[in-house]
Design a binder for this molecule. Structure first.
Ligand code: FRU
Length: 493
């Protein structure tokens, strides 16, 4: 084992012991210590889910990338495993960037990742090269392949750029290994390239999967590509987006392209949409569960909003709650993984509560809850023009979810959550026009809120860093609404 990896493994064990459990979310995975970004290698191995992550153990800011590692039986309770990789190879001396994992034919686990190498060129400029590398291991310890990289600049098709070439997602099909990789072309456009291999080690360029054609941002990061409900889906996270109505926002975004494969196996696009309409969600990755569910997890953070943080916490970055994804009418549907129900504690339910003005309901409060609120007009015609849920409220700090049934817009807002930075605090999302009826399901887990609208038609996620004792929840209507609320407290088993 290299000195760099030994040092990281020793450091994380010592540092983790100093972080009180109450300072972390109950279920959302945080780095063992230091910094976390993208989920990597979300996979099943030896009967457990494995989740690796972009990791810099030594500080709560991005640094030379390692791979952190955790495993779980049920997607919800995670246990840390030792740091899986450090940037200690020739091909990855500047970082082990994002990638994926799969079980090989011989039972070993294959990690596929982007090695980043810095090199000074003849003109004196230091450039960063990105190539695809592998490491093979037993679920805890991994050995980097001696002939890394396995895909270098020489296997790029014409017009592909050699500087932005990263985030391989691997899968097996018909006895072969495939991977998709994000690339920025020489003329600065995002595209996704596919490679093929017989053994997971020796790779050849296969085909171009899709080109951005300058529509959604520039570089396309972290692709994932799979069949879902009879369709073919591509997920990617574009950088440098321009906004489009309420569908896409500026900066780093998420994109889901739904389509079909034609008889030659080429991807034909049918529909493009955002994946998460909130503030903090990026670089999602999926795994196929044994029971056939496609599960997705994302980094519940965004590069543009990393300045909203708790300086008193020795960790930064968290994963989203794992989501079951499916398609309905060619649109992406997301639901919290059903395993959440195994962690339900006390249940509180109220039906047909009439709300006019502002109200709190006894026992409806908390920061670790799964709460579903159904709201509708109290009369045949629209009886209200605004509904609000206030949460993480201590009388001074609070966050809100607002629904406007006239414009059919949901807004999340953390402006008053205690943040002292002028960084995105609010985001709006267009929702279905159901004549004033909406279902809002909130998952709160100490430092985040994930909102599943109308059974997962849209999801909005955001970090909320208000003191965890701010547990108040209240409801408010401009006009009159009827509301059903069911809340489950979430508890560790
Ligand atoms: C996405 C990303 C990836 C890259 C990694 C580096 O968030 O920029 O493209 O592999 O983060 O940490």
């Amino acid at each position: 084992m290299s000195d760099k990896l030994t040092k990281a493994r020793e450091y994380e064990v010592k540092k983790e012991a100093m972080i009180p459990e109450e300072q972390r979310p109950l279920f959302h995975l945080t780095p063992r210590c230091g910094w976390m970004n993208d989920p990597n290698g979300f996979s099943k191995y030896n009967g457990k889910y494995h989740l690796f992550y972009q990791y810099y153990p030594y500080e709560t800011v991005w640094g030379p990338m390692h791979w952190g590692h955790a495993e779980s039986k049920d997607l919800i309770t995670w246990e840390y495993l030792p740091c899986a990789m450090a940037p200690d190879g020739e091909a990855d001396n500047f970082g082990c960037f994002s990638g994926s994992a799969i079980e090989m034919e011989d039972g070993r686990q294959l990690l596929v990742y982007t090695g980043v190498r810095k090199e000074e060129e003849e003109d004196g400029i230091v450039r960063e090269y990105q190539t695809q590398c592998i490491a093979i291991g037993d679920g805890v310890n991994y050995e980097k392949y001696e002939n890394n990289p396995v895909i270098g600049a020489d296997s790029l098709p014409k017009g592909a750029g050699k500087f932005d070439f990263r985030d391989p997602k691997v899968w097996k099909e018909n006895g072969k290994y495939y991977m998709v990789v994000g690339n920025k072309t020489e003329d600065k456009d995002g595209q996704i390239l596919q490679y093929v291999s017989d053994d997971g080690i020796h790779w050849n360029y296969d085909k171009l999967v899709i080109k951005n054609n300058h529509r959604f941002g520039v570089m396309w990061e972290c692709p994932d590509y799979f069949e879902l409900d009879g369709k073919q889906v591509l997920l990617t996270s574009p950088q440098d987006m321009l906004p489009e109505e309420l569908e896409f926002h500026n900066g780093n975004g998420t994109l889901c392209v739904i389509g079909e494969l034609n008889k030659d196996g080429d991807f034909c696009e049918e529909n493009c949409q955002a994946i998460d309409y909130g503030i903090d969600f990026y670089a999602p990755q999926t795994v196929l569960a044994d029971d056939g569910r496609r599960l997705m997890i994302g980094w519940m953070q965004n590069w543009d909003t990393c300045g909203i943080r708790r300086d008193d916490f020795p960790w930064f970055g968290q994963m989203s709650f794992p989501r079951e994804i499916s398609l309905h009418n060619n649109k992406l549907i997301q639901k919290p993984a059903r395993e959440i129900a195994d962690y339900y504690g006390k249940r509180i339910s109220r039906q047909n509560v009439l709300i006019s003005d502002s109200a709190s309901l006894s026992s409806i409060e908390g920061r670790c809850i799964d709460m579903t609120v159904n709201v509708r007009s109290s009369e045949r015609t629209l009886s209200y023009n605004k509904f609000e849920i206030r949460f993480a409220d201590n009388g001074k700090a609070y966050s809100t979810i607002e629904y406007d049934p006239v414009e059919n817009i949901v807004k999340i807002d953390r402006k008053h959550s205690g943040s002292r930075r002028a960084i995105v605090h609010q985001r709006r999302c267009k929702v279905a026009n159901n004549k004033g009826e909406i279902t809002l399901r909130l998952i709160l887990d100490r430092y985040s809120m994930e909102l599943f609208i109308n059974d997962g038609e849209q999801v909005m996620s955001m970090g909320v860093f208000t003191d965890v004792k701010a547990e108040g929840i209240s409801f408010k209507a401009n006009g009159e609404v009827l509301m059903d609320v069911t809340m489950h407290e979430l508890e560790k088993k």
